[in-house]
Design a binder for this molecule. Structure first.
Ligand SMILES: O=C(O)CCC(=O)C(=O)O
Length: 280
């Protein structure tokens, strides 16, 4: 495969391909050992506000480094930092090697001012994009609405599977075409990096759609869902904002223990926590 590194606006970086076939195969066989979670947005201690309702997330997810359970609300410094990030499994060795490379590329390509003190990509959200199967019907769930990643510093994004149409937007639909600031296709095995004020703070980003061309069966442990794209976003959360499960209040432990038990079906790390907590 020919490597292409396109000239991009400052603060954006894209490399295709970033990983080779062997690296890709290793990631996929490791993903097959995991039990991704289909989380609910709210919980007993964090019920939906009046203008919202309990609902499942659009897609299954998996977190490494720390888990930001949707029902505990996501990490949102400076106010939203307490008991938001729950210590999770470390990266497997093969992924840590890629993360080392991504950090190196980020430091080589972005100015020092983009990096907060202590920055390292110690957190990863794995998003599974595809179709939910409901009553034999396929419901496309392969998109993400506009949002910001509030973890400080550059974010690295590794994509596998069908390519995705990714956009940075101003966040004002009434601007029509002018809402769009920058768009790019994220290809299978590519790396995207974004950092700096414009891409992290001033604009939102979203995945508008994911193609359905490859027909790859990832053989993942996700019921009633056909995955056609997997994306890893690597981020930085300061260690002092990452809490062991034992250190969060009991009502929050109760909210997430069902998830920890589910994760424990495939993960020794979460199984230990669930066993210590006791049976349902
Ligand atoms: O799937 C992608 O390319 C982007 C995912 C994303 O926006 C996120 O995880 O915050």
């Amino acid at each position: 495969m020919k490597r292409s590194i396109s000239p991009l606006p400052q603060g954006l970086y894209y490399q295709f391909p970033f990983i080779n076939r062997a690296e890709r195969a290793q990631i996929i066989s490791w993903l097959q050992t995991l039990t991704p979670l289909w989380e609910m947005r709210f919980s007993e201690s964090n019920p939906p506000p009046e203008n919202d309702e309990q609902r499942e997330l659009k897609r299954p997810v998996y977190w490494l480094g720390n888990w930001q359970f949707a029902c505990l609300d996501y990490y949102h410094p400076p106010e939203g930092i307490l008991h938001r990030c729950i210590k999770a499994e470390p990266y497997p060795t093969h992924l840590q090697k890629l993360v080392d490379r991504i950090e190196f590329i980020a430091k080589k390509n972005f100015p020092k001012s983009y990096f907060p003190e202590g920055w390292k990509l110690n957190t990863c959200l794995v998003n599974f994009y595809g179709s939910k199967i409901e009553d034999d019907k396929k419901i496309d769930r392969a998109r993400v609405g506009e949002h910001k990643d509030f973890e400080p510093g550059p974010v690295g994004s590794l994509s596998l599977g069908d390519r995705a149409f990714f956009q940075f937007v101003n966040g004002n639909q009434s601007l029509g075409d002018k809402n769009n600031v920058f768009s790019q296709w994220l290809e299978d095995s590519s790396l995207q990096l974004f950092g700096g004020d414009l891409w992290k703070n001033k604009t939102f980003h979203r995945v508008q759609r994911v193609e359905s061309k490859k027909n790859e069966d990832f053989k993942l442990k996700i019921e009633n869902f056909e995955t056609r794209r997997i994306n890893f976003t690597f981020r930085y959360v300061p260690e002092k904002h990452i809490y062991p499960f034992e250190a969060i209040p009991q009502n929050k432990q109760q909210d997430i223990i069902q998830y920890i038990r589910k994760l424990g079906e495939s993960s020794l790390y979460f199984n230990k926590i669930a066993t210590k907590f006791g049976p349902p």
